[in-house]
Design a binder for this molecule. Structure first.
Ligand code: AFP
Length: 338
C-alpha cells in the first residue's frame, strides 16, 4: 500500500506501531477527524440547508454566533465525548469548561478547539476551518475550574486543523512532523496526500489586515512598510500580500509555500491582549508551524511558552518562515531597546 492511499486511521495505526503513540490518542484523533467530516458535510450545502446567517446569541468572546458556529460546536462535543478518553473540553464557543457526561468513561486528555474559525466568511462562501489542540494531563481533570487545563503550548501532545476549502483537508502533528490528509468523498475517509510538510526558511509573501496599520506598534509598521517598498526598499525584492480573514486558510498557505501571517497586538486590541485566542488558535497553529520548521512568536517571545491565565485569553501572533519571523522579532527588540 503506497502512502498516498493510506487513510487517516491507517496512518494513526502506523504511527502507533512506529512511534509507540498512545492508543487513547489514536482514539481521540479518530473522533476529531469524524467531527471534521461531519462539519464539512454540514457546510457544503450552505444556503440550501438553511444553515447560513447569524443567531441572536453571542459567544463568550462577545461575538455574534453564526448558526454553523453552534452546529459545529455541537458536532465536536458529541463526536468527541463518545471517545471515552477525554477529561474535559474547552471551546471558543463556550464560556465554561465542558464536563464529559457521566455515561461516558473519562480519560486524561483535554481537547481545546475552535469549531469553526473564520465564520464571518461563511455567508460569502470563503474557506473556513476547525482548529484543535490536545493536552494530556497527569490525572482526569477536576472540571470545577480551569486550573488543571491552563497549560502552556509546549505541553501540547498533538494539534491540527481541518480546512473546508475547494477540498476538505485535515492537517495534523503528533510531534513527529506535519502531515496533510484530503477527504476522499468516494470512501468518506481522509487520505494521506502531504507527508512531512515543511516551511521554507525564507519567503516573499506576508499576510496582515492592512486596515489596522495606524494602530500597529512601530516594529510591525516598519516591517510591513519595507515589504510594501519591495525592490526599491531595504528588502530589495517584491514581497506579495494576502489576506483571507480565515486563520486556517492563511496558515495552510504558509505551510504549503512559506510566508508570514501576522495578527499583532495594536492600540485597539491591547487591552484584550491581542485578537487571536491562545488556547485554540495560536498554540495549535504554533505547534504545527514549529513542527514544520517555522517559527511562531508574539513578536517578543515564543507563543508556546506563554503561560495561560485564562482559557480564552488572546495573544499577538506572528508565525511562518523562520527567518522572516526572526527579522520581525529583531525589529521588536530594536524598538524596545530605544
Ligand atoms: P471570525 O471567526 O470572527 O471570522 O474571526 C476569524 C479570525 O479569528 C481569524 O481566523 C482571522 O485570521 C481573523 O479573525 C480575521 O480578522 P479580521 O476580521 O481583522 O480580518
Amino acid at each position: 500500500m503506497t502512502d498516498t492511499s493510506m487513510t487517516f486511521i491507517q496512518f494513526l495505526l502506523d504511527e502507533r506501531r512506529r512511534l509507540d503513540t498512545d492508543r487513547d490518542l489514536t482514539t481521540l484523533l479518530h473522533s476529531v477527524a469524524t467531527a471534521c467530516k461531519a462539519i464539512s458535510n454540514a457546510l457544503k450545502n450552505g444556503a440550501l440547508a438553511d444553515v447560513l446567517g447569524s443567531l441572536e446569541s453571542e459567544n463568550v468572546q462577545g461575538e455574534t454566533q453564526k448558526k454553523l458556529d453552534v452546529i459545529a460546536n455541537e458536532i465536536f462535543l458529541k463526536r468527541c465525548e463518545f471517545s471515552g478518553v477525554l477529561g474535559a473540553m474547552v471551546s471558543e464557543e463556550m464560556d465554561h469548561i465542558y464536563e464529559i457526561p457521566a455515561k461516558f468513561p473519562k480519560g486524561r486528555y483535554v481537547l481545546l478547539f475552535d469549531p469553526l474559525d473564520g465564520s464571518s466568511n461563511i455567508d460569502v462562501n470563503v474557506s473556513v476551518g476547525s482548529i484543535f489542540s490536545i493536552l494530556k494531563l497527569n490525572d482526569v481533570p477536576d472540571t470545577n475550574s480551569y486550573d488543571q487545563v491552563l497549560r502552556p503550548g509546549v505541553e501540547q501532545v498533538a494539534a491540527g486543523y481541518a480546512l473546508y476549502g475547494p477540498s476538505t483537508m485535515l492537517v495534523l502533528s503528533t510531534g513527529s512532523g506535519v502531515h496533510g490528509f484530503t477527504l476522499d468523498g468516494n470512501i468518506g475517509e481522509f487520505r494521506l496526500t502531504h507527508r512531512d510538510i515543511t516551511i521554507p526558511a525564507d519567503c516573499a509573501e506576508f499576510a496582515i489586515n492592512m486596515s489596522r496599520e495606524q494602530w500597529w506598534e512601530p516594529p510591525v509598521q516598519r516591517y510591513v512598510k519595507e515589504c510594501v517598498e519591495g525592490e526599491a526598499g531595504p528588502r530589495g525584492k517584491y514581497i506579495n500580500m494576502r489576506w483571507i480573514a480565515s486563520m486556517v486558510a492563511e496558515v495552510h498557505r504558509v505551510l504549503m509555500r512559506g510566508g508570514v501571517f501576522m495578527y499583532p497586538i495594536d492600540e485597539k486590541t491591547r487591552d484584550k491582549g491581542g485578537r487571536l485566542r491562545l488556547f485554540y488558535e495560536a498554540n495549535p497553529m504554533a505547534f504545527l508551524i514549529e513542527q514544520a520548521g517555522g517559527a511562531a512568536s508574539t513578536g517578543r517571545g515564543r507563543i508556546m511558552e506563554v503561560a495561560p491565565k485564562d482559557p480564552h485569553q488572546r495573544v499577538p501572533v506572528i508565525l511562518g518562515s523562520r527567518n522572516e519571523v526572526a527579522l520581525i522579532e529583531q525589529y521588536h527588540a530594536e524598538h524596545d531597546a530605544t
